[in-house]
Design a protein around this ligand. Structure first.
Ligand SMILES: Nc1nc2c(ncn2[C@@H]2O[C@H](COP(=O)(O)OP(=O)(O)OP(=O)(O)O)[C@@H](O)[C@H]2O)c(=O)[nH]1
Ligand SMILES: [Mg+2]
Length: 206
């Protein structure tokens, strides 16, 4: 299919389903943009900023807010909000349920066009972040590492953190984008990256 003339309207998504189990996943019939990362890095907040809504995706100061896979359907692509990993206070059975659900999602979905792998710019990538990046490379899934909460750092701190994180990531040719769901910095760039991943154009500049 030639998608070049199709447009994404980010501004009117529907929460299609909050899936707590694999059998609840929607039909695999649209391109999916997946937001992945540790708990509390701002996955849900970034989705809200992309769709220009304050709290459509539920956000919280307390890590572990998103505990299901939430599918936001824009009509032509789905934005997929994953529960965060690495939240120590989750019970063993909760962690097991999350990892089985997310693993099964990544293994079985055929229409993942982009993974937005989010890391809090103030912290070095965790072991799980590095494992996730390695998994994305090994499985040849297109991804962009998004360093969120850039608003919390001044210019000098940004440069220091960016260079440290880059050297921790170790792999060549990784796309890295700094952004802030709070100020909106580089959110438009992320929208453009999403559009090019599916060769669609944004309907209008937000
Ligand atoms: N300063 C600042 N705070 C942010 C930014 N993005 C998110 N936050 C805050 O970080 C906290 C966690 O945000 P969420 O969007 O719930 O994070 P999440 O990754 O979805 O978390 P889980 O659902 O628990 O995995 C909230 O208090 C947000 O307001 C940002 O760019 N800058
Ligand atoms: Mg969340």
């Amino acid at each position: 299919m030639n998608n070049n003339n199709l447009k994404i309207n980010f501004n009117n998504p529907k929460l299609e389903i909050s899936a707590g189990d694999v059998f609840q996943l929607p039909a695999d019939n649209l391109p999916e943009i997946v937001f992945s990362g540790k708990s509390n890095v701002g996955k849900s907040s970034i989705i809200n900023k992309i769709i220009n809504r304050k709290s459509f995706a539920r956000v919280s100061n307390t890590p572990g807010k998103t505990s299901t896979i939430n599918f936001y359907n824009t009509g032509v692509v789905r934005l997929v909000d994953l529960p965060g990993y690495g939240y120590a206070k989750r019970s063993f059975s909760e962690k097991k349920r999350w990892s089985e659900l997310v693993q099964s999602y990544f293994l079985n979905r055929k229409n993942i066009t982009l993974v937005v792998q989010i890391i809090d710019i103030r912290h070095l990538p965790s072991l799980e972040d590095l494992q996730m990046v390695k998994y994305l490379i090994d499985s040849q899934l297109p991804f962009v590492v998004s360093l969120n909460k850039i608003d919390k750092l001044n210019k000098t701190q940004r440069e220091i953190k960016l260079s440290k994180i880059n050297s921790e990531l170790k792999y060549n040719n990784i796309n890295v984008l700094v952004l802030s769901s709070k100020t909106g910095e580089n959110i438009e760039t992320l929208r453009q990256i999403i559009c090019s991943s599916v060769q669609l154009l944004p309907l209008k500049k937000a």
